[in-house]
Write a protein that binds this ligand. Structure first.
Ligand SMILES: [Zn+2]
Length: 419
């Protein structure tokens, strides 16, 4: 039997998903309105609604005002008919989120785990997630999919790592999708972490009204997720957005990518700490950072952020310089993509918030004024949660796409439960 358009089963699936997504988009909607919106016949709508109600995805919530004749029944999407699991992997801290079908997070857990080696890291991570889920109140059978936000160059279709500069060489060729799928028997979707964050910002953060945006992750690594005309811009091989490897200083510090002077080699969190630690002996005695070092015996990135509030201090100057270089990179992004908004996220975003005027001035000076003056630059509204919320968003995007099998999947689970 052909699988494509023309096959009645396929058409039925598309119609069902169209109706489901319309109900999801509306606060409440009636069968009559759905018939008008879709062009489907009232009996077809009735049949689809019956199916969706049977599996709990849609419920009736009272009567609407009459438009002449009988008062229509109001229908509403039920976000608690299932859950998704979102996972954001970083080198030392992985975040896990359980969210309902409207991506409202029920819980977010942080797991301290060294993910330098996949062969040991992934089994430990999977066990920890299983423990978290076992302690929760949600039944395993109600989970419908898993989204994974992963740092590095990926083959998104295969869910395979090509190279992860931040996690390490051992990840080359590792099949992330397969590792999770074989443990949960659920569909798993893998995406670059900055792309996932951009998706989170677009759907659930500050960009709900923007179709063209760039999300820049300023963390351990520096990279961008680009959404153009409401779609993630992947590029030919899926690796678009490596803004952290724009060369800022020719022959500058050696970068993990092999090049020199990249933005990330100067202002990724490890690079910042390396610089601070190597320059500590030269810092003035009464500088707040030196005092912090003398008290604690070591310097963390939170010390740099805290001390940056003191004008004229070493940390203040360092992060001011970072803001200037980030501004130069954004100027390029603005000239190249003409986004409506640029969001700054990741560990260093809050600190960059103190230097937003420096960033904006640099962009205005170095990008086309016509473009730059109309580009909004602000901090991510989701903060450090954007990656993991984006992982959930990714799973939901796939589960609710027009050709999704989500209804069949829940039907088969419901059937098994009753048997
Ligand atoms: Zn680089």
């Amino acid at each position: 039997m052909p699988k494509g358009p023309g096959n009645s089963k396929y058409v039925k699936k598309i119609n069902r998903m169209t109706v489901l997504n319309l109900i999801k988009q509306h606060e409440v909607v009636s069968r009559q309105e759905l018939a008008e919106l879709t062009g489907l016949t009232p009996p077809a709508i009735t049949g689809i609604i019956r199916e969706l109600m049977e599996i709990g995805l849609v419920k009736e919530v009272g009567l609407a005002k009459s438009r002449g004749g009988r008062r229509p029944v109001k229908l509403k999407f039920n976000p608690e008919a299932g859950y998704v699991l979102g996972i954001e992997v970083t080198r030392f801290e992985t975040s896990v989120c359980v969210a309902d079908l409207m991506n409202v997070p029920a819980q977010i857990n942080k797991i301290d785990l060294d993910m330098t080696e996949p062969e040991t890291g992934i089994p430990l991570l999977i066990n920890t997630i299983k423990q978290i889920l076992d302690q929760g109140t949600r039944e395993r059978k109600n989970f419908l999919g898993i989204g994974v936000a992963f740092p590095g160059l990926l083959s998104v279709k295969e869910g395979k790592v090509k190279r992860s500069i931040n996690l390490g060489l051992k990840w080359k060729g590792y099949r992330v999708k397969k590792a999770f799928e074989s443990n949960w028997n659920l569909p798993v979707f893998v995406e670059n972490n900055s792309n996932a964050s951009a998706l989170a910002e677009r759907w659930f953060g500050g960009a709900v009204s923007y179709r063209d945006l760039v999300y820049i992750n300023l963390g351990e690594g520096i990279s961008a997720g680009i959404i153009m005309d409401d779609r993630i811009l992947h590029g030919f091989q899926g690796h678009a957005g490596e803004i952290g490897h724009i060369v800022m200083v020719e022959n500058g510090p050696l970068c993990n990518c092999g090049n020199r002077g990249c933005l990330e080699s100067m202002y990724g969190v490890p690079a910042l700490l390396r610089k601070v630690n190597s320059e500590l002996p030269l810092i003035k005695k009464d500088d707040p950072l030196k005092e912090a070092w003398q008290t604690k015996g070591k310097i963390g990135i939170e010390d740099v952020e805290k001390c940056a509030c003191v004008e004229g201090s070493y940390a203040h100057e360092l992060l001011r310089q970072m803001a200037r270089h980030v501004g130069l990179a954004i100027a390029d992004v603005v000239n190249l993509y003409n986004p409506e908004a640029v969001f700054l996220g990741g560990k260093m975003a809050k600190a960059m918030g103190f230097f937003m005027d420096v960033i904006k001035d640099t962009v205005l000076t170095h990008a086309f004024p016509e473009i730059a003056s109309s580009t909004i630059i602000e901090l991510s509204t989701l903060g450090e949660k954007s990656g993991v919320i984006g992982a959930c968003a990714l799973a939901l995007k796939e589960l609710f796409k027009p050709t999704s099998d989500i209804v069949d999947y829940i039907q088969s689970n419901t059937f098994q439960k009753r048997r």
